[in-house]
Design a protein around this ligand. Structure first.
Ligand code: IVH
Length: 667
C-alpha cells in the first residue's frame, strides 16, 4: 500500500469510528465541524485518486438512523443532505456559481435557518397526514407516524385551501431548549445518562416505543421544503408561505434575498440573532427560489446544487472565573464546578460549568481569577475548554482540589484507579442524605408527586426528615409549616406518600440508593431474590450468580445492609407498608403460551412493547425478531408495515391485536 492509499484508509476508518459513536451509540466523539473537515479531506483525496475508490467508503453513504422495531418504507424522493460551507466567502462563491448558471438579473435566493434536529418527511393526502418517515439512510426510513402525531405544532388536517391532493413536506423535528433542560434535569434526578444536546434528544425521542412518552417530552417541528407534482407556485418561498397558511410551522426568519450584499447581511444578522431562538440551529441554508431553476441546476450524487448550508462556528465566550466550588452528589462523589462571571452563550446566560473531576480540572491548569473560554459547540452543557494565559495574574495560584468534604468536613477518599474523589461519610453528610431522599421520591422510583428538590431541602432543614423513612411519618401540618404549601397541596403530598406504598418492590430496591444498583440491576435482583429478607441473607458469592451482578455490586449490597442506619430505615419502610417483596402475581409465571413464538410489530396503546415482551416470556412464550415459517403469532399494534403484514398473511400466521393477546393470557 502506498502512502496515499494508507492515508485514505486511515481517514475512512477514523470517520467510520465517529459514525458508529454517533449513530449507534448516540455518543458523539467529535464536533460536527471537525467531522465535516475529515470527510472533506477524504472526498478531496478520493477525487484526486479515483483509482482508490471503494463503494463502501463513508463518502458513499449518508448516515443511517434506521433501528429495528419500526416499519421501514422507501422515500418517494430520496432525502439528500446539503453541501456545507464555513465562511461567508464560501457562500459568496456559491452565489457566484448560481449567478453564472442562472444570470445575475434572474437570481432570486431564499435564506433560512438550519435547524439542528432530526429530519422528517410527512406525506399528506387530501389534506390529511398519512405518514411520517425519518430520514433513515436517505433512501428508506422508519415510519414514526404515531410519535409524530403527538407533536402539537404539526397539522393532522390542513387548514385553508390550495394544497395539492398528494404532496410531501420536509422539516426538522427539534426539542426546544426549555424542554431539553427540563428532561435532562429529570434524567439527572433519576440517575439516567444525560442527553448531550437537543439534536440527540430529538432523534432519540422520535424513536421511542411509547408515543405517550414522546408527547411528554415536548418536541416541535419546523418545515422548509415542499415536494410534489402540483405545487401551487414556481417559487420555493411562495410555496412555504402557502404551507404556513395550511398550518405548518415555517420559520419567520425565512427571507428573500437578491444580491450577495443581502446574503452577507443575512449571515451577519443571524450569526448573533439565532441566540434568541427557542431551538438549536447550527447554521443557515441558502436556496435558489425558482423551482424551474432548481430543476435546471439539479443534484450531485448527494446534494442539490441549488442549495447550500453555511455552518456557524462553535460558540465560545471568554469570561472570568469567580471561584471553584465542589458539589457533593447523592453517592458522595465530589464534582468541581467553575462559578463564572455570567456570560451570554447561545441564548442562555452561563454562570456555572462543570469541571468534571480532579484530573480534568488539573489538566486545564486553572488558577484563581483566570479568564477562561466557555464553549457550547453542539453540546448544550457548557464546558471550559481553555484558559487565556495572557490575562493571568502573575501572583495567581493554581486552584487545588479539596481534601475534605465541603459539606461535612470528612476527609475525602479516592478509589485506586478511579477519577472521582468521594466523601465516605455516607449517612451523616447533608447533601448525600438530601440527594438520596430526592432520588427516593423521583418518578422512576417511588414517584411521589409534589415533592421536589426544594421541598426535600426544606424538610431536611426543618429537622423533620433525616432519612427517606421519615417521609411516611409526615402529616398535613408538617407540610403546612413549610412556606410553599397550602391545605390542598399539603393533603395531596401526604396522599402521594401514602400511595407510594403500592410501588412494586423492584422500584423500592432502586429507590434505596444502594451504590452501584441502578434501575435495571434492581429489577433483575428483585425478580431473582424475591424479597428484601432474602436479599439481606444472600452472600456475595450467591449474589454474583445473578446475571450482570459482579463483585462490586455484590459488595455494595452487603455493605449497605451491614449498616445499622440502613437496616433501621428498611424496617421503618416495611412498617409503613412499603413493598418489601415481589408480588408474585405481578410476574405471574404461567405457561399458557406453551413455548409459542411471537413477533411484535407496531405501536400499542395499552402496554409498551417491552411490557408485551415481558408478558410473553412470563407466560411461557418466546419473542422472536422476524416473521418466518416458525412464527406462531404476530402481535400487531398500530402502523404495522405493509411488508410484514403481507409476509404474515402469505405464511398464514395469525395476526392478533393487543386485546386478543391479553385475553390469551387471561388479562
Ligand atoms: S433543505 C435537498 N432547509 O439539514 C435539500 N434542510 O444537512 C433538503 N435542515 O437533511 C434540505 N434546516 O435535515 C433544508 N432550512 C433547511 C434546513 C435543513 C435543517 C437539515 C435537513 C437536511 C440537513 C442537511
Amino acid at each position: 500500500m502506498n502512502e496515499i492509499q494508507q492515508q485514505i484508509e486511515q481517514l475512512r476508518s477514523t470517520i467510520e469510528a465517529h459514525n458508529h459513536a454517533y449513530y449507534v451509540e448516540n455518543r458523539p466523539t467529535i464536533s460536527d465541524y471537525d467531522f465535516d473537515m475529515l470527510l472533506k479531506q477524504l472526498e478531496a483525496l478520493e477525487r484526486e485518486h479515483p483509482e482508490y475508490d471503494d463503494p463502501l467508503s463513508p463518502t458513499h453513504r449518508v448516515g443511517s438512523d434506521l433501528t429495528s422495531g419500526f416499519e421501514q418504507v422507501a422515500h418517494v424522493y430520496p432525502m439528500l443532505s446539503l453541501g456545507n460551507t464555513y465562511s461567508p466567502d464560501e457562500v459568496d462563491q456559491w452565489v457566484d456559481r448560481m449567478e453564472a448558471a442562472v444570470g445575475r438579473q434572474e437570481l432570486s435566493l431564499v435564506g433560512e435557518m438550519k435547524f439542528d434536529g432530526t429530519g422528517i418527511s410527512l406525506i399528506y393526502e387530501h389534506g390529511r397526514l398519512v405518514r411520517a418517515v425519518t430520514r433513515g439512510d436517505g433512501t428508506q426510513g422508519d415510519v414514526v407516524t404515531a410519535n409524530v402525531k403527538t407533536i402539537r405544532s404539526i397539522p393532522l388536517k390542513l387548514q385553508g385551501a390550495g394544497w395539492p391532493d398528494f404532496f410531501e413536506i420536509r422539516g426538522e423535528i427539534v426539542l426546544p431548549f426549555e424542554n431539553f433542560d427540563r428532561i435532562n434535569r429529570e434524567r439527572e434526578l433519576n440517575g439516567e445518562p444525560l442527553f448531550a444536546n437537543p439534536r440527540n434528544a430529538a432523534a432519540g425521542t422520535l424513536k421511542l416505543s411509547s408515543p405517550a412518552e414522546v408527547e411528554r417530552r415536548g418536541l416541535d417541528a419546523y418545515f422548509y421544503y415542499l415536494l410534489g407534482e402540483n405545487l401551487p407556485y414556481d417559487s420555493h418561498f411562495a410555496n412555504m408561505e402557502a404551507a404556513r397558511s395550511w398550518g405548518f410551522k415555517v420559520s419567520t426568519a425565512m427571507t428573500r434575498l437578491h444580491s450577495m450584499a443581502e446574503v452577507d447581511a443575512f449571515i451577519t444578522r443571524w450569526d448573533t440573532e439565532r441566540r434568541t431562538l427557542p431551538v438549536a440551529t447550527d447554521g443557515l441554508v441558502f436556496k435558489v427560489d425558482s423551482l424551474t431553476r432548481q430543476q435546471q441546476l439539479g443534484f450531485t450524487a448527494k446534494t442539490p446544487r441549488w442549495a447550500v448550508a453555511y455552518k456557524f462556528a462553535a460558540e465560545r465566550a471568554l469570561t472570568q472565573l469567580r471561584f471553584v466550588s465542589f458539589d457533593v452528589g447523592r453517592l458522595g462523589v465530589i464534582t468541581p464546578v467553575a462559578n463564572l462571571e455570567p456570560v451570554l452563550l447561545s441564548g442562555t446566560i452561563v454562570k456555572r460549568a462543570s469541571l468534571h473531576n480532579a484530573d480534568i480540572m488539573h489538566g486545564l491548569d486553572i488558577h484563581n481569577g483566570d479568564w477562561v473560554y466557555v464553549e457550547k459547540g453542539g453540546e448544550i452543557i457548557p464546558k471550559i475548554t481553555g484558559v487565556e494565559l495572557s490575562r493571568r495574574d502573575a501572583q495567581a495560584e493554581e486552584v487545588t482540589f479539596v481534601s475534605h468534604c465541603p459539606a461535612c468536613g470528612a476527609p475525602l477518599v479516592r478509589v485506586e484507579g478511579e477519577a472521582a474523589w468521594t466523601c465516605p461519610n455516607k449517612y451523616h453528610c447533608p447533601p448525600q442524605i438530601m440527594g438520596r431522599i430526592e432520588h427516593f421520591v423521583a418518578r422512576k422510583m417511588m414517584n411521589i408527586d409534589g415533592i421536589g428538590e426544594e421541598t426535600v431541602a426544606a424538610l431536611y432543614n426543618s429537622g423533620k426528615v433525616r432519612s427517606y423513612a421519615d417521609l411516611y411519618d409526615l402529616t398535613v401540618s408538617d407540610f403546612l409549616a413549610l412556606d410553599k404549601y397550602a391545605q390542598k397541596s399539603a393533603e395531596s403530598a401526604v396522599k402521594a406518600i401514602a400511595d407510594s406504598r403500592n410501588v412494586p418492590f423492584e422500584r423500592v430496591l432502586f429507590a434505596l440508593s444502594i451504590p452501584n444498583v441502578g434501575e435495571t440491576g434492581a429489577k433483575r435482583i428483585a425478580r431473582v431474590v424475591g424479597s428484601i429478607d432474602e436479599l439481606m441473607s444472600w452472600s456475595a458469592e450467591r449474589l454474583c450468580s445473578i446475571e450482570d451482578v459482579g463483585p462490586t455490586i455484590a459488595q455494595s449490597i452487603i455493605e449497605f445492609f451491614a449498616d445499622d442506619d440502613n437496616r433501621r430505615a428498611v424496617e421503618r419502610l416495611r412498617a409503613a407498608g412499603v413493598q418489601m417483596a415481589v408480588d408474585r402475581q405481578d410476574v405471574a409465571t404461567s405457561d399458557v403460551l406453551g413455548g409459542k413464538a411471537f413477533v411484535i410489530s407496531g405501536v400499542f396503546a395499552l402496554h409498551s412493547r417491552d411490557e408485551y415482551k415481558a408478558l410473553i416470556e412470563q407466560n411461557g412464550g418466546r419473542n422472536v425478531g422476524s416473521i418466518s415459517k416458525k412464527t406462531d403469532y404476530v402481535l400487531a399494534g398500530d402502523n404495522m408495515g405493509p411488508a410484514k403484514l403481507e409476509k404474515a398473511s402469505k405464511l398464514g400466521i395469525p395476526i392478533i391485536d393487543e386485546h386478543q393477546f391479553l385475553a390469551m393470557i387471561g388479562q
